[in-house]
Design a protein. Structure first.
Length: 434
């Protein structure tokens, strides 16, 4: 039964993956057609075609390898300096450029001269290339916000999980009470596990982050209002100064950093809490910031990935995960011993994270990614603006095809990294539990 559920989870993730790819390419397709660019093909996947159908001037289809997708637009690159589409050369770099240029003019038909991608104004080309990643961003934001506001998120609450017996400084070498350690102020005040703190020194609280801040800034004596057994009770506590972990301002802690602050001595309970719209937007901002930071840190993850793949090293929780690894996680989610609604929420979070990664990755200003074409169009706008200001001849379209040798190098690096992640995902996968 567990194996069947795992397979079901993998299938669900793959379907979500294919939808995300199709959604991405739909952004490119719709804006290209809106600006009158001819699009001969819209494909989800790579490799052999499993199914296709031609509607109008575009062939729509699904290919066998669900690792990406594409649309083919006529005239992605301008003709060469001599005005010709193709001119063979013995130079391997020149050959790359000419092959890319020729591919952009495949299936050229009479009347297409005015429907070429490169003939559109730079801002229109930016819109076409940005529309794909933007669709992934929209999908990620919608899923994240929906899950946070509907299902909620596991977070620390104002309910007391446990009360400390004594005062011990954060970072101490022992968690046992020394002989001379004073009792924890929370214990002396009569705070109990299960109490829900509803107000602190007259200030109503509903979030752990806000309560934590009030505790750390507390005066010598405070009143703690708790809900216990259906009734409200006021407790008097006398916080003391202690060495505590530095907070991140949102209820979490900064590992290895300590400060002096007021201290009570209790641990908050965790629970799934629905987020308000402002809270969900705030968490969404944190998620996007974390995604950007993870993208920047990718090169630094290569040594750990190599060790995990080939040297039996530990696969860290923040290790990059590919499609295979994400599919395995999807299979694991379905088998978790949690309520079905939480499984659905976790699977949706995984899919949203994948779409956010697609957006951030594709926005890198490198060919052959969408961001590389965007950068080329923006550079063309800058060149033409300078020419206009200084009354020089229009330099014409920026020939992105000349950057294809660099694009092949970038693609080669991406392929090697993808293969490394694939091997690590197979031999030493990231596990959601256990």
């Amino acid at each position: 039964m567990t194996a069947l559920m795992t397979i079901l989870g993998i299938v669900v993730f793959v379907v979500g993956l294919l939808f995300s790819i199709a959604w991405h390419e739909l952004g490119h397709l719709s804006t290209a057609k809106m600006f009158g660019i001819r699009v001969p093909q819209y494909m989800v996947g790579f490799g052999p075609t499993i199914w296709s159908r031609t509607k109008g001037e575009t062939e729509y289809g699904v290919k066998g390898i669900p690792l990406g997708g594409y649309i083919r637009m006529i005239g992605m690159f301008p003709p060469g300096d001599d005005g010709k589409i193709r001119q063979r050369s013995t130079s391997p770099f020149r050959g790359m450029i000419e092959d890319a240029r020729a591919a952009a003019y495949e299936e050229l038909q009479p009347g297409d001269e005015k429907r070429l991608f490169y003939t559109r104004k730079p801002w229109k080309r930016v819109v076409v290339m940005f529309a794909g990643p933007f669709m992934n961003l929209i999908l990620a934001v919608v899923i994240f916000l929906s899950v946070l506001m509907t299902f909620g998120v596991n977070t620390q609450t104002t309910t007391v999980a446990s009360v400390s017996d004594c005062v011990i400084a954060a970072g101490a070498t022992t968690d046992k009470c020394p002989a001379n350690a004073p009792d924890a102020p929370a214990k002396e005040a009569g705070l109990r596990a299960g109490d829900r703190i509803v107000a602190f020194d007259g200030v109503s609280v509903t979030e752990w982050g806000a309560l934590q801040k009030l505790i750390r800034e507390a005066p010598a004596t405070v009143t703690i209002t708790v809900e216990r057994d259906g009734r409200t009770t006021d407790l008097t506590a006398q916080p003391i100064q202690n060495t505590v972990h530095r907070t991140d301002g949102k209820g979490g802690y900064v590992e290895g950093e300590y400060v002096q602050a007021s201290f009570l001595g209790f641990a908050p309970a965790s629970g799934v809490v629905q987020q308000s719209f402002p809270q969900a937007v705030d968490r969404m901002g944190d998620i996007m910031t974390g995604g950007f930071q993870a993208l920047v840190a990718l090169p630094s993850k290569v040594p750990d990935l190599w060790n995990a793949a080939f040297a039996g090293g530990e696969r860290k929780d923040d290790s990059p995960v590919g499609v295979v690894g994400a599919a395995r996680v999807g299979g694991e989610i379905v088998t978790l011993d949690i309520p079905p609604s939480h499984r659905v929420a976790t699977m949706l979070f995984l899919l949203a994270g994948f779409n956010l990664s697609l957006f951030l990755f594709n926005m890198l200003p490198l060919l052959p990614l969408d961001g590389g074409h965007i950068a080329g169009a923006l550079w063309e706008s800058v060149r033409r603006a300078f020419a206009k200001v200084f009354r020089r001849p229009d330099p014409g379209p920026f020939d992105v095809a000349k950057l294809m040798p660099v694009a092949y190098v970038v693609a080669g690096i991406f392929i090697c990294f993808t293969l490394l992640v694939l091997v690590a995902d197979v031999v030493n996968p990231v596990k959601l539990a256990g």
